[in-house]
Design a protein around this ligand. Structure first.
Ligand SMILES: Nc1nc2c(ncn2[C@@H]2O[C@H](COP(=O)(O)OP(=O)(O)OP(=O)(O)O)[C@@H](O)[C@H]2O)c(=O)[nH]1
Length: 432
C-alpha cells in the first residue's frame, strides 16, 4: 500500500515537472525577441574623426567639425575617386571594439547629394595581417548601403558585410584569412560609394548601434527540444527502474505468499476463491489473516518489529458437545468468538483456526505485551455469560517471532498451549 502510494506520489511529481516544462516552453517560444537581445551604441561625435580622399582633384572639408558634418566635392579625374571619414574607435587601452557577437548593425546618417550608395567600413585589426604603423593593414570589412534609408536608421545584417576585394589583393591575404572579422574593430569609416560621381556630397554620421541576441531563435528551439528529449529519456529510465522494482516486489510477494499459504495449509488455486470469513463464527478464517501475516512477517524482517501469536483453545469442548449436544457446542463457539472479538485490540487480527481453536495475530507486539492481551482475554472468557451451568474456559499459548518462520512461531505458540492444557487449563503460557 505504502509502495503504491510512493509510486503514485512520484508519478504526480513527474506530471508536475511535465506541466512546468510545458509552461516554460510556451513562455520561451512566445518571449519577445527584444528581451533576449543586447545592444551597443556608438555616438559618432564621441570619437575623433579624420577626413581623407583620393590622390586626385577631389576636395574634402569639414562643414561643422563638432557635429561631424563634412563635405566632399568628388572629381572624376582620378581612377577611383573617393572621400572618407574615418572614426577612431580605439579605447584608452588601445583596444578596438569586439563586434563578433552582434548580428546586426543600424546606422543613422544624414546625406545630401546625388549618390545612391555609401560605403561603410568596419576595419579590424589582427596580428596575422596587421602591420604596426600601417593603418591600411587593418581588414576592410565593407558594406555598401542605400542612402535613401539611412536617415531613419538602416538595419544591416552583419552577415552581409564582406571584405573589400581590393584590400585582399593589395595585401596578398591568404584564403584562410579572407573572411570578415570583427574581434578588434578600430576604425569605422564612411566613404562615398563606388558609383558616386562628380559633385557635392554632404555627409553626417549620427550614430551606429549593434544588436546581438543572447540566444538565436534556432538555438532556443534546439534547447527546448533537447530539454524535452532529456526529460522523456529520464521518464523512460524512471519507468523502467520503477517497473523493475515493482516486478521484484511482486516476485517477493508471490514467494512470500506461497510460504504463507503453505503455513496456512491453503492450496493456492483451490482456496483462492474461498471467502475470508468463517461461516459459523463470522470471524476471519485462515485466508482472512493472510495479509496480516504477510505484513507482520515483512515488518519483522525489514524493521525488526516484534510479531506475536496467541493460540486460544476452548477447554473440554468435546465434553461440552457430548453433554449438551453439537448445537450447544456451536453456540458456545459463536459466543466465544463474539467475546474475543469484542475484547481484542484494534490492531490485532482474530481468526478461527479450526474446530474450537482460535488464533490472534498481534503485529508490533512483544511476547510480554501479547501475554497481557492473552490474560485479559482468558479472564473475559471465564466470565462470559452463557445460558448454561457449564463453565467455559480456554487455554492460551503465546509466542513471539525470533526468526522469520511462521511455522516455527506457530509451533512454539502451540507448544505453549499444550503446556497450558497440561498445567490444568484456563491459563496463559508463554513460550520460552
Ligand atoms: N459443536 C462443534 N464441535 C466441533 C466443531 N469443530 C470441532 N468440534 C469438536 O470439538 C472437539 C474437540 O475435542 P478435543 O480436540 O478432544 O479437545 P477438548 O475436548 O476441547 O479437550 P482439550 O482441548 O484438551 O481441553 C471434538 O469433539 C470436535 O468434534 C464445530 O464446529 N462445532
Amino acid at each position: 500500500m505504502s509502495e503504491e502510494h510512493n509510486v503514485r506520489s512520484k508519478m504526480t511529481s513527474v506530471e508536475l515537472v511535465l506541466g512546468v516544462l510545458a509552461v516554460l516552453s510556451v513562455i520561451l517560444l512566445l518571449i519577445p525577441t527584444d528581451l533576449i537581445k543586447f545592444h551597443k551604441t556608438l555616438i559618432a561625435s564621441d570619437y575623433d574623426a579624420h577626413l581623407y580622399k583620393d590622390n586626385g582633384l577631389s576636395e574634402i572639408r569639414w562643414l561643422d567639425q563638432e557635429k561631424q558634418l563634412w563635405e566632399c566635392v568628388l572629381n572624376d579625374q582620378h581612377i577611383t575617386p573617393f572621400c572618407s571619414m574615418q572614426l577612431d574607435i580605439i579605447d584608452e587601452h588601445g583596444k578596438g571594439i569586439n563586434l563578433s557577437d552582434y548580428d546586426s548593425m543600424t546606422i543613422w546618417l544624414n546625406y545630401t547629394g546625388e549618390a545612391e550608395h555609401l560605403r561603410v567600413y568596419l576595419r579590424n585589426r589582427n596580428p596575422q595581417y596587421f602591420v604596426l604603423g600601417d593603418i591600411t593593414s587593418t581588414k576592410y570589412n565593407v558594406v555598401e548601403v542605400p542612402v535613401s534609408q539611412l536617415k531613419d536608421g538602416l538595419v544591416i545584417d552583419m552577415n552581409n558585410i564582406n571584405v573589400a576585394d581590393w584590400w585582399l589583393s593589395s595585401h596578398k591575404i591568404p584564403l584562410q584569412l579572407s573572411r570578415p572579422e570583427f574581434e578588434d574593430v578600430v576604425y569605422l569609416e564612411i566613404q562615398t560609394g563606388s558609383q558616386s560621381r562628380e559633385g557635392v556630397h554632404q555627409i553626417q554620421l549620427e550614430k551606429v548601434e549593434w544588436q546581438g541576441a543572447w540566444l538565436t531563435q534556432a538555438a532556443l528551439y534546439k534547447i527546448i527540444i533537447l530539454v524535452w528529449i532529456m526529460f522523456i529519456f529520464a521518464i523512460l529510465i524512471y519507468r523502467i527502474v520503477a517497473l523493475n522494482i515493482q516486478l521484484k516486489n511482486n516476485q517477493r510477494y508471490q514467494k512470500e505468499l506461497i510460504s504463507i499459504n503453505d503455513f496456512l495449509n491453503l492450496k493456492n488455486k483451490k482456496f483462492e476463491d474461498l471467502a475470508k470469513t468463517d461461516p459459523l463464527t463470522g470471524l476471519h478464517n485462515r485466508l482472512g489473516i493472510r495479509d496480516a501475516l504477510y505484513e507482520g512477517l515483512n515488518n519483522w524482517k525489514n524493521q525488526r518489529q516484534p510479531f506475536s501469536f496467541v493460540l486460544i483453545d476452548i477447554d473440554h469442548f468435546k465434553r461440552l458437545n457430548d453433554t449438551y449436544g453439537h448445537d450447544m457446542g456451536d453456540k458456545v463457539l459463536q459466543l466465544t468468538a463474539l467475546q474475543l472479538g469484542k475484547n481484542i485490540r484494534r490492531t490485532d487480527f482474530l481468526a478461527r483456526w479450526g474446530g474450537e481453536e482460535f488464533i490472534l495475530v498481534c503485529p508490533n507486539t512483544t511476547l510480554d505485551e501479547a501475554e497481557v492481551v492473552a490474560e485479559f482475554l482468558r479472564d473475559k472468557i471465564e466470565h462470559m455469560d452463557i445460558d448454561s451451568d457449564h463453565a467455559i474456559t480456554a487455554s492460551f499459548g503465546v509466542s513471539s517471532m525470533s526468526e522469520p518462520d511462521l511455522k516455527k512461531l506457530f509451533k512454539s505458540a502451540d507448544d505453549a498451549l499444550y503446556q497450558a492444557k497440561e498445567q490444568g487449563r484456563n491459563r496463559v503460557v508463554t513460550s520460552i
